[in-house]
Design a protein. Sequence first.
Length: 257
Amino acid sequence: MAIARAGEGVQSVERALNILEVLARVGEAGVTEIAAELDVHKSTAFRLVSTLEGHDLVEQTGDRGKYRLGVGMLRLAGATTARLDLVQEARPICRQLAADTGETVNLAVLSENSALYVDQVAGSSSLQSHNWVGQHIPLHATSNGKVLLSELDGAQLDAALATLPAYTERTITRKSRLRSELSRVRERGYAEAVDELERGLTAVAAPIRNAHGDVIASMSVSGPTFRLADERVAEAVEQLLRAAGEVSFRLGWGRRS
């Protein structure tokens, strides 16, 4: 019975996607036309359209009974476009930063209660660096995560700090200590994580802002702790801040440094 219900759920998702494709192709359509396109009963088509309407993915036109793609589709498309724009604008700068530092450069965005890595460039010193692109990583144990956390408001931050698991003995697991760390991130303009996610891994990260000044991403330089001693970290931070500032400038924020 459970397998049958799961199969019905997948079929409903597929039919709902087909409705979106139909409306994208024809512009507007009534339930009768949609039912004919999908070869389903009119009541089934109406139920699916109603569900999509509830999520603003379709909306009724002035002509009652006709539907078209809704504003929810624009939000989804806008989020995808913004992410693609970010990666496109940041890529040449990430490459230059990786060349200058010799270390791995990553780009991350907030994704619910984790950081999602959207791009990575390996430096000349990297030895088969792990590819983080597409992976979700904890916010509290990484430099990128701390940058993304540092700009959250009270409710968002509380939700993100619901659990703070330890990954090494240096992972920050006390909320009060992490909040203090985030205050330092805001003051300094960058975050640091030494052996907090993995033993032997050091990373520094800086915020990337959009035209409104909102932090929309984080850029990091990471490498082995034995290579990134204090002097190297200080140098990497300077280069990182310039690079993150340049990406922010390209996205409409402030002036070129």
